[in-house]
Design a protein around this ligand. Structure first.
Ligand SMILES: [Zn+2]
Length: 59
């Protein structure tokens, strides 16, 4: 996980507080849980580098 994301401002509300959640990925459950970073204030979901990598692998 790119720690630089933790210092990014939320594009929706500009808040820098974030919540790191573990989420169970039903489609890729074989890989276990993935982490998701959400804005503590408005709930905006920051796209993780892992998600981007996955999409490239599938295409
Ligand atoms: Zn926000």
């Amino acid at each position: 996980m790119n720690l630089g994301k933790l210092n990014e401002k939320c594009p929706e509300c500009g808040c820098k507080d974030k919540t790191l959640k573990r989420r169970l990925d039903a489609e890729h459950h074989a890989f276990g849980t993935t982490q998701s970073l959400t804005c503590s204030k408005c709930g905006y979901v920051f796209k993780s580098p892992e998600d981007e990598k996955k999409e490239k692998d599938e295409n």
